[in-house]
Design a protein around this ligand. Structure first.
Ligand SMILES: C[S@@+](CC[C@H](N)C(=O)[O-])C[C@H]1O[C@@H](n2cnc3c(N)ncnc32)[C@H](O)[C@@H]1O
Length: 272
């Protein structure tokens, strides 16, 4: 599988699958409408779309899908595949600053995959998502729990539990010495020595990750106007989960991801 640094190819897309939970929530949304809208009448936004893999797949399935991302360089790596599929890449993959181009309530579904743990200013993002969501529409967000045993980007245990200070930097150095580290070499660390590599990893976690308690995330979503609910997906020991302290359990210890569902109520207060 390619990374955000690689140009997206048709071969990679052929093996990429939209998560079944996203399809389920779209089907639930359609059920709630009590009508049978055509797929092209359903507007979907992939927030943090990266190279646009989900956008390409959802378009293939007939949905009117768009993507938005903070990193234009990554999006550019998806342009050629989208163009070959007859789409105008810059109209379907938009920079984060350009969401104002979409009118209020345009999207029936806003989804994100492995993105919310990277968002610095959550209240601003949830407010904009609320503005963009149609009354009765749904937000579907899949991301790692803040109490996962392993930090998924660096593949190191527990380092994201530590405060963003020298203690964490030391822990990264210890993990690296013990042989833990990302599965693929990062272009940013190519040719770097030990401490510059530690600093690159430390800076990445410091500047690009914001792990939060799921209760706090739901509170921000509720403040923005959504009805918020979530479930945990996967994880190594689901049978023993009930024995864990609540703060660990709800935040995905030891290895569950979180699937957050945000519904924008209709004007009369009903979900759809
Ligand atoms: C781990 S990648 C996931 C990409 C894509 N969802 C996928 O599965 O291929 C996280 C993406 O979120 C983007 N991102 C980070 N913060 C963001 C924000 N505040 N708004 C939109 N996108 C953001 C990053 O640029 C990156 O492309």
């Amino acid at each position: 599988m390619g990374t955000k640094h690689d140009v997206l190819t048709e071969d990679e897309l052929a093996t990429f699958k939209i998560s079944p939970e996203i399809h389920q929530e779209i089907a639930r949304f359609i059920d709630r409408t009590g009508t049978e809208p055509s797929r092209e009448a359903i507007n979907i936004l992939d927030w943090g779309c990266g190279r646009g893999r989900s956008v390409a797949k959802l378009r293939e399935e007939g949905f009117n899908a768009y993507g938005v991302d903070i990193d234009e360089r990554t999006m550019r790596n998806g342009y050629s595949v989208l163009a070959r599929r007859g789409l105008d890449p810059t109209s379907v993959l938009l920079n984060l600053d350009d969401t104002s181009r979409f009118p209020d309530g345009f999207f029936h579904c806003i989804c994100s995959d492995q993105v919310l743990e990277h968002v610095r200013h959550l209240p601003a993002i949830f407010s904009e998502m609320w503005r963009l969501t149609a009354p009765g529409g749904v937000g579907i967000h899949h991301f790692p729990g803040s109490r996962n045993f392993r930090e998924g980007h660096l593949c190191m245990p527990l380092i994201h539990w530590l405060p963003k200070n020298r203690l964490r930097r030391t822990a990264i150095a210890i993990c690296l010495t013990a042989g833990a580290g990302p599965t693929h070499q990062w272009p940013e660390t190519k040719g770097s020595g030990f401490w510059p590599t530690v600093d690159t990893y430390y800076r990445y976690l410091d500047e690009k990750t914001y792990y939060r308690d799921i209760d706090d995330i739901c509170a921000v979503a509720t403040q923005a106007g959504f009805d918020a609910g979530y479930k945990l997906l996967g994880g190594a020991f689901p049978a023993t989960r009930n024995w864990l302290p609540a703060a660990l359990r709800r935040n995905g210890f030891p290895g569950s991801s979180i699937f957050l569902v945000l519904i924008r109520a209709k004007i009369d207060g009903t979900p759809a």
